[in-house]
Design a protein around this ligand. Sequence first.
Ligand code: AMP
Length: 187
Amino acid sequence: MLQKLILLGPPGSGKGTQAKRLAEKFGYLHLSTGDLLREEVKNGTELGAQAKTIMEKGDLVPDDLIVAMIKSRLSATDDGVILDGFPRTVTQAESLDKMLADAGQGIDRALLVDVSDAEVTTRLLGRARIEGRADDTPEVISNRLGVYKQQTEPIVDYYSGKGLLTKVNGEQEIEKVFADLEAIVAG
Ligand code: AMP
């Protein structure tokens, strides 16, 4: 079984839902930097205060803050981990490699939940109406997709270059996407 996994994909790809389910299925730790940041905002911490307006615009919280936030959680476990929403920049990916290497570990696989631009836009606008998430207005959605393209998509090549990338078709039924991911993690 693969132990250290990254779930990659644009906003609206469903990777958060899939990451949660995979973590449950395999008894792994689910680390979502988006969830951790929302928790910091809710608890009114200093980090939360720094992150709040950035998140509302759909921009990225600075790498050093994210890396510090994830570091303590990662080092607390040797077991299976599913990273969701991290890394989001090549700098974060490099920091992650270093963190894991220092502990004699490494990423086993990066799984890309592949969904077209047109499909994620439709899904996010639909979700905005239903859930009313603060970062789901049309302007913020368009910014988040632009940020993904510019800052996050380069890490697809980063992991592909290391021979660690596997793509899954994210436009299938949710259950089929899960089944594909599950098969890869089970090895
Ligand atoms: P998410 O729930 O993963 O869509 O994340 C919500 C927001 O949190 C993002 O739009 C960013 O503002 C911020 N965020 C989450 N993860 C990261 C990360 N790894 N690096 C920078 N910002 C992040």
